[in-house]
Unconditional design. Sequence first.
Length: 213
Amino acid sequence: MIVADDQAAVREPLAAVLGMAEDIDVVAAAANGAEVLAAVAAAPPAAPVDVVLMDLRMPVMDGTEATRRLSEEHPRTAVVVLTTFADDDSILAALNAGARGYLTKNAGRQDIVRAIRAAAAGQSVLDLEVQNRLLATVRTRPSADAQPLPGDLTRREREVLTLIGQGLPNRAIAEKLFISEATVKTHINNLFAKAGFQDRADAVRRAIAAGLA
């Protein structure tokens, strides 16, 4: 993975801490989006960069533009945003550009590691504050072209989708339904496969449009 942040005082300690996780290999640290693109392009085909932990406000090329370029040119590389900004415009711009996760810098090490692992596995993770803001935004500006939900969702899958639509993270969903977090992840994987959700933000939008949240 690559850590991207324009502040060396943030970038270097973060790369060092994340590199201590057994299953995370930090191959580069970048000061801007252009450096991210160059590092991803330079990675050998046998060992492509699977995740970029991306700051948003950086010189030369910001994180949103770098995320968009990665989505187009290197779709196998997932982006997890880590930023101090949690305003509606920043969140929506990053998610629309293709970010798979969005965390604020209030997130702890374990939260960041969990988001990186989820992104590498093709899943999405949104900070609870980000989910709540996204939920409020979607409710006030619902999508006019939201697709209907498939008719073969199970009762439990609808319950899980309802809680996703309410902005709950997986752990909270597990506690609400008295099931394990692993079981929640299984239901979410089934939901994504059946409904064709693009990401968790899309699941929130579709849940609201269907009247589940």
